[in-house]
Write a protein that binds this ligand. Structure first.
Ligand SMILES: [Zn+2]
Length: 119
């Protein structure tokens, strides 16, 4: 039965929905994975010629384990002019302390130690 063997429609019909519809060459998927660094090159340095600046979390470096909502003077540094919480890419905090900071600011707002909005 050569006809039935040549058809083999099951494997082809399974692969089509997974692959990108307009992909012309599904022959070399391994080569595409190794070329990831070429497809996603590192962004150009913002300080060309200088060593990359190391980001350190201020709470970690000062050995502050838990962010306290009562320490308003510290929390104020992480608010924008409008009263919003600064994003982690601005504060430079680690994920754990940024989360704690956000919770602490929200608690301080609730007991009116900090404002919700500054107009
Ligand atoms: Zn930290």
């Amino acid at each position: 039965m050569p006809m039935n063997q040549e058809k083999a429609p099951e494997t082809a019909s399974v692969e089509i929905p997974i692959a990108v519809p307009s992909a012309p060459a599904p022959a070399a998927p391994q080569a595409a994975q190794t070329d990831r660094t070429k497809r996603f090159p590192r962004p150009p340095s913002r300080r060309p010629g200088l060593a990359p600046r190391r980001r350190v979390c201020r709470f970690c470096s000062e050995k502050i384990r838990d962010v306290d909502f009562k320490q308003v003077q510290i929390l104020r540094n992480y608010l924008m002019e409008s009263g919003k919480i600064l994003p982690a890419r601005v504060t430079g905090l680690c994920a754990r302390h940024q989360r704690q900071l956000a919770t602490a600011i929200k608690r301080a707002r609730n007991v009116s130690l900090l404002p919700y909005v500054i107009r």
